[in-house]
Design a protein around this ligand. Structure first.
Ligand SMILES: [Fe+2]
Length: 313
């Protein structure tokens, strides 16, 4: 029905906002607003917030997407089960339409939210590869501390019915397939990686991942950080602060090729740091891969931990 601009924010529920804010601050997010009942965290990018936690029993509520324009908000309000366009009574303002995906996950399509001044991040020029003298004559001294999360870049959901789920996200929000991993036959998809459709413009390899599983719900939330140094410094900080549980990484994915590192929040929601994704455009048709060596795991770094595998399926 529409082609979304990008994923905007996630919406979780947790019983202790102080504890969630402490975890997310160590993870590299910054408080944008906090009310008695909700926590709004931003990245260094201009989005007003990219992560919401509402006070309550631990729960994944859903995801929000930026519409490209106000007309698209009206268009999506005509989808089956969609609300009319409503004004958001939350920090950041804007308007939204609410829908529910085939797994019962709350979906918001938003437009007109406030933008914030981006937060400064140190430059990180590398002497590497063909550009081995880019910072000749300068010294590099990096500071310890949390990673610098830029934006929510992608999300994964688990579904007992990936085919129906992927069909809904493609037909409703405009996603297109980048890569799929299948078992035995090509229609038996166990993982589907989908990007936003901006035509000739290059976009992240995937914004939406759907994985087959026995339950329906969140697989992971994935936040882009400044660069590889930033991801590794953030890893050291999370360990030193004893914040969250480390689940897998650092490594470089095969499909999408991001450098990654995964952390579990205190209520069992998987949060990923990533940087340096493949970027594709409309010249890249969907590629299908049989499950097996060479499509899952890492290009470098450790294999997935059993705790990670259990968590995401
Ligand atoms: Fe990811």
């Amino acid at each position: 029905m529409i082609n979304i601009a990008d994923v905007a924010y996630s919406r979780l529920q947790a019983p202790d906002l102080d504890r969630m804010e402490a975890f997310l601050t160590d993870f590299g997010l910054v408080r944008a607003a906090r009310t008695k009942t909700a926590l709004y965290m931003r990245g260094t990018g201009p989005g007003h917030h990219i992560h919401i936690t509402e006070l309550g029993e631990p729960k994944f509520i859903g995801l929000a997407f930026h519409a490209q324009n106000a007309d698209d908000l009206i268009q999506i309000s005509k989808a089956d089960g969609a609300t009319p366009v409503e004004t958001m009574d939350e920090p950041g303002g804007g308007q939204r339409v609410r829908l529910t995906d085939p797994n019962g996950i709350s979906i918001e399509v938003v437009h007109g939210m406030a933008k914030l001044e981006p937060l400064g991040v140190r430059a990180n020029v590398m002497n590497t590869g063909d550009a081995s003298r880019r910072r000749a004559g300068t010294r590099k001294i990096l500071k310890a501390g949390p990673a610098h999360v830029k934006r929510l870049g992608h999300f994964g959901i688990v579904s007992p019915d990936p085919a129906a789920t992927v069909a809904w996200y493609r037909s409703t929000l405009g996603f297109v397939g980048s890569d799929e991993i299948y078992v035995d036959t090509e229609d038996n998809v166990m993982a589907s990686f989908n990007r936003v459709d901006h035509g000739a413009e290059y976009v992240d390899h995937h914004t939406f991942l759907c994985v087959h599983g026995m339950r329906a719900g969140l697989n992971h939330l994935a936040f882009e950080v400044a660069d590889t140094d930033d991801l590794l410094i953030g890893h050291d900080h999370m360990k030193a602060a004893n914040s969250g549980s480390h689940m897998w990484g650092p490594g470089r994915h095969v499909i999408g090729a991001q450098v990654f590192d995964y952390w579990l929040c205190p209520w069992g929601h998987l949060h990923e740091h990533w940087t340096d994704s493949d970027m594709l455009n409309h010249d890249h048709p969907l590629a299908l891969h049989p499950r097996g060596e060479g499509v899952v795991g890492s290009q470098w770094g450790p294999p997935p931990t059993q705790a990670f595998v259990d968590q995401v399926s």
